[in-house]
Design a protein. Structure first.
Length: 135
């Protein structure tokens, strides 16, 4: 290796090592939030559109009925592909009514239960009681 090549490698290594990490603060998050407000109603994609599209293989998503989804099915086929259920019947699930709210959850688990919460805007984790979180 020539002297110029080794010098170039050392310089490029030196430049990579000298780059400072970008530090984020609360003001940056607030500025970004204001800019992203215009995209608030944007959805990345519709599941139905992807499933019915010709761009994707129809074998990519397995469509099953609830009664066919059993332990034996999982043992035989595993979870190599996403599974979609058009109807929840046969899955053995009990789904709360639409008037079930976080206040009901607080009543079930207790207002002093500590939960881990992430602030979406700042991506900071914190712990709160259910009473604080419900507010």
């Amino acid at each position: 290796m020539s002297d110029t090549e080794s010098t170039k490698k050392e310089e490029s290594r030196y430049l990579r090592d000298r780059k400072d990490r970008k530090l984020y603060n609360e003001e940056w998050v607030a500025d970004e939030q204001e800019e992203s407000d215009e995209f608030e109603d944007f959805r990345g994609f519709r599941l139905e559109e992807k499933i019915e599209s010709d761009q994707y293989s129809h074998s990519f998503v397995k469509e099953l009925e609830g009664h066919n989804f059993t332990l034996a099915y999982v043992q035989k086929y595993g979870f190599h592909y996403p599974v979609i259920f058009r109807d929840k019947a046969g899955l053995g699930l009990r789904v709360p009514t639409q008037d079930f709210t976080v206040t009901h959850v607080k009543m079930c688990v207790g207002s002093r239960r500590v939960v881990d919460v992430m602030d979406v805007a700042s991506q900071k984790n914190q712990q709160m009681t259910m009473k604080e979180w419900v507010r």
